[in-house]
Design a protein. Sequence first.
Length: 202
Amino acid sequence: MTVTSTLEYLKTMRLSAMAEELKNFYIRFFGYALSDRQAQMILNYETPELDTEKRTITDLNGNEVEVPIPVKKISTGKLNLTQLTLILAGSDPVANLGDGADASKGTLLNAMFPELEGMTVLTEGNMDAEALLLAEPDLVMIYARSTELGENLQNAGFPVAYCNLGNEEELLRTMKIMATAPGGSAPMRAEAYGTLYRRLLD
C-alpha cells in the first residue's frame, strides 16, 4: 500500500467514524435516525432533506411547537436572538434583524455578514402579522414574557417558540431550540458552544 493510498484510507476511516458519531448525536439530540447520505451531507455543510415534513419542538414555556423540517427562516425581535441565529446557522435562516441590530456599512455585523445590509429590523413592539408576512419566517422566537404577542402571532398562523436568556440553563435550552429548528450542522455548533460556555464558567 502506497503512502497516498494509506492516507486516503485513513481519511475514509476518519470520515466514517465522524458520520457514525453524527448519527448517534442526531438520535440522542432529536430522536431522528440519519441515513449515511444525510450524515455525509451534514459533514459537507449541506442541509439534507429529512424523511418527515414536520417536527415538534418544546419551548421554554413547555409549549409544543410544530415546525417544518428544516426551518429555513427564523424571525426574532431581539439583537441577542439574531446573534444566536448567526452563531448557530449563519445568515441564511435570518428572516429579519432583531431590535438593536445594525448591519449598515462600517459596522462589525456588516463586515461579517454583508448580505444582511438593508434587512428589516423588527422589535417585539412592532412585530405583527403584516411585518411577518413580509419576512416569511418558518419560526418566530420571542421572549417568554411576551405571551400576548405570542398568542396574537399564533392566531395569525405563525409558529411561535418562547425563549429566555436570563441564566445559563435558559441560554443553553434556547440554543438547543434554535439549533434544532434549522438542523444541519447547527446542533453540533450548539453543543460545542455549550461546552465552551460551561468551561469558561468553571
